[in-house]
Design a protein around this ligand. Structure first.
Ligand code: PEP
Ligand code: MG
Length: 326
């Protein structure tokens, strides 16, 4: 099988009925970068910048951050990299950064963009390091745990101020700065058009989105097998985001764990996703699945199953049977 995947590495990622699907990979450290070429990924759909912070014993200095981002971009060459701004707090604790609040529900607490908007020095340092590292090329920045569109506006203002600051000092700026938002808090489902008017792209964080939509702690093994991310309500949520992307002409990616499971990625493509980001080891198996997938047929059948059968449970069996027939 490994040999098979290696062989498929340089083949185009295209379905049986000719639809191109962008297969991206998730990464977080420089050691992940060789996998980009090895797995044949089209780029990095999610670079988790908090990893550098989590393995350090104190806040990485601006120069260290810049050095990492520059090395990542150099190693990626022509392939695009989407850097997510710090997603700390929640389950990602930094031993050297303690808030004095004791949170009962850290996943819903002071984390990610909420935290960095309250500590703008942290965000500014990171954004400046990213802007410097991406001089002469496109920079893609993605904001985690967005809850209200207003937060995106605030972050964008901060980013624009940094761009102006660097240009005053004659730095080599990125050719373009694209700003994106993660869709992983349910409140955004009712602000998708406004959000998409504000950003260049969105990426669904299905790990957190599932956790919050279903009220299932992603780290709690007692309950996290009880509900399925291939159940009708969650598939409807995912479809709603893909449709909003179409309507607003905004690029939509999904970068949660489910993107790397061939059955789930098949379902995502059936819902309208054309770009997914996963662990590098999953690229081969997902690419192999694409070759036997007729998207037109799957979309129609999936739509019927989601809308017309009065089903609210999981479509895992339905999708498995469909995959076996294909
Ligand atoms: C997600 O929530 O799906 C996601 C991709 O981000 P993380 O797993 O880092 O929270
Ligand atoms: Mg998340």
């Amino acid at each position: 099988r490994q040999a098979l995947y290696r062989e498929s590495r340089d083949k185009p990622s295209i379905t049986k009925d000719g639809i191109a699907i962008k297969l991206l990979m998730n990464a977080g450290l420089l050691v992940d970068l060789p996998q980009l070429a090895e797995a044949g990924a089209a780029g990095i759909g999610l670079f988790r910048t908090e990893l550098q912070f989590m393995i350090a014993s104190t806040f990485p200095r601006a120069e260290q951050q810049e050095r990492l981002y520059r090395s990542v971009l150099e190693a990626a060459g022509d392939r695009p990299v989407t850097f997510r701004t710090l997603d700390i707090g929640g389950d990602k604790v930094l031993p050297y950064f303690r808030s004095n609040v004791n949170e009962e529900n850290p996943a819903m607490g002071w984390r990610a963009l909420r935290l960095t908007l309250d500590r703008p020095g942290l965000l500014r340092t990171q954004v400046r390091a990213l802007l410097k590292a991406a001089g002469g090329r496109e920079l893609r920045l993605m904001l985690p745990m967005v809850t209200e569109v207003q937060e995106v506006r605030k972050a964008s203002e901060l980013i624009n101020r940094e761009v102006q600051h660097l240009s005053r000092f004659a730095y080599d700026l990125p050719t373009r700065v694209k700003i994106g938002a993660m869709v992983e808090v349910p409140s955004l489902l009712w602000q998708l058009d406004e959000l998409m008017a504000e950003v260049d792209f969105v990426s669904v964080g299905s790990n957190d989105l599932f956790q919050f939509v279903m009220a299932v702690d992603r780290g709690n093994s007692i309950i996290n097998n009880r509900f399925d991310n291939l159940s009708v309500p969650f598939l409807r949520v995912l479809r709603q985001i893909a449709e909003a992307g179409e309507r607003n002409n905004t690029s939509v990616t999904l970068c949660g764990e489910m993107a790397g499971k061939p059955l789930s990625s098949m379902a995502l493509i059936g819902l309208g996703y054309r770009s997914i980001s996963m662990s590098p080891a999953a690229i081969g198996p997902v690419k192999a699945m694409l070759g036997s997938l007729d998207v037109g047929e799957l979309s129609a059948q999936l739509k019927d199953a989601i809308d017309n059968h009065g089903e609210t449970g999981t479509l895992r069996n339905f999708l498995t049977k469909y995959a076996e027939r294909a």
